[in-house]
Write a protein that binds this ligand. Structure first.
Ligand code: ATP
Length: 369
């Protein structure tokens, strides 16, 4: 097995489009690295360079300790799983899974042994004689996985392998792929635009935008300490609430001034975030996760750390209540939240858009009482 290193890797397509800029990224041996970002951010291009399906314009790409820039795809010892599964329709499941081994002239009985073992692992034993069209989407996806794992490659590359499945199956396969990767311990680079997949599957996440790497970190770290507004708006569902405000001094403390309302900043946080002092009397973006808010009336808080807001909608999700509210401040929607709202892809943003009121729309979550 081997790690993968991008060392100042660039990709400029023939038409002059610069799809990946100076990418520096080290995927450790055995690690599950998720490349995530919105459509067109360059994540598939990055993956395809590792696969040897795209030339590298500049920089170095290493698999293990070997620079592979000019090594043909077939000699890189990688296995790729595509969104389309790329199964051969006229071949049985057994032949599809064993295809790569046959190409490598692996002895027949060895192929049978390896295919049977992979099929058992993937719950495909009863389907080995079927053709792909006689399988469900999830089963086809598992055949594609089987074809990758029988080869025991150094690196798995997966490009949106779950995007053709319905939501329920996607959830199941997410867990199965993560568990399989853990068991096999094969270095994996997994491309998706779905931040839930990124959060739940990756040992680490590399988040890209416009060909530029924004942040690389463990999922929880990215959620709690996003490197910039883009990351903050991309990771997490519903997206982080954001509003424009001014940071001002008030006596000994600092206050966030939203215009019509002011909220005191917890002195402990001010001390923790020493740099806040640099932002006094400047415009700032305040970001608050939905789960970090409390109902001031219920909690009987009276320490200046609250806003008055109008509840517009309450959604009961079973384990939590999501409360949509508006208050008088200027929205600081990120590019991402704007795009989500525009496409109505995300239910939370969509319902916030439907509310259609002036002011900032935020979402808070509470436990049902
Ligand atoms: P998606 O999730 O939509 O697949 P992505 O992040 O994987 O997006 P890429 O496929 O890596 O994005 O493409 C990155 C950018 O490079 C896009 O703007 C795309 O239009 C452009 N691009 C991709 N292939 C080519 C090509 N062969 N020639 C020119 N530009 C290309």
């Amino acid at each position: 097995m081997a790690g993968v290193v991008f060392d100042k890797v660039n990709k400029v397509y023939d038409n002059g489009f610069h799809a990946v800029h100076d990418l520096d990224l080290e995927v450790q041996d055995g690690e599950f690295m998720v490349l995530v970002g919105p459509s067109g951010c360059g994540k598939s291009t990055a993956l395809r360079m590792v696969a040897g399906l795209e030339d590298i314009s500049s920089g170095r790409l290493l698999i293990g300790d070997k620079v592979v820039n000019t090594v043909p795809s077939k000699d890189r010892d990688i296995a790729m799983v595509f969104q389309s599964y790329a199964l051969y329709p006229h071949m049985s499941v057994r032949d599809n899974i064993g295809y790569g081994l046959r190409l490598r002239k692996t002895p027949k009985d060895e192929i049978t042994r390896l295919v049977d073992a992979a099929a058992a692992k993937l719950d495909l034993t009863d389907y080995l004689d079927r053709r792909p069209k006689q399988l469900s989407g999830g089963q086809r996806q598992r055949v594609a996985m089987g074809r990758a794992i029988v080869r025991r490659p150094q690196v798995f590359l997966m490009d949106e392998p779950l995007s053709n499945l319905d939501a329920k199956l996607r959830g199941q396969m997410r867990t199965e792929i993560a568990a399989l990767q853990l068991e096999l311990g094969v270095t994996t680079i997994y491309v998706t635009h779905d931040q839930v997949e990124a959060m739940t599957m990756g040992d680490r996440i590399a988040l890209m935008k416009d060909g530029l790497l924004q942040q690389v970190s463990e999922p929880q770290e990215m959620y709690e300490n996003p490197a910039n507004i883009f990351v903050a708006g991309f990771i997490g569902s519903p997206p982080m609430n954001m509003a424009l405000a001014r940071l001002v001094r008030d006596g000994d403390g600092l206050v966030v001034d939203f215009g019509s309302q002011r909220v005191a900043v917890d002195p402990a946080r001010v001390a923790e975030l020493g740099e806040l002092e640099n932002w006094v009397d400047r415009e700032v973006v305040v970001g608050v996760r939905h789960e970090d808010m409390e109902d001031a009336a219920l909690e009987r808080l009276d320490d200046g750390r609250q806003v008055s807001a109008t509840v517009r909608l309450v959604e009961a999700l079973g384990s939590e209540l999501q409360v949509h509210f508006t208050f008088d401040a200027k929205a600081a929607e990120t590019e991402h939240t704007r795009a989500l709202a525009a496409e109505n892809q995300d239910e939370a943003s969509a319902s916030a858009t439907l509310l259609g009121h002036e002011g900032v729309r935020w979402i808070a979550s509470f436990s049902p009482r």
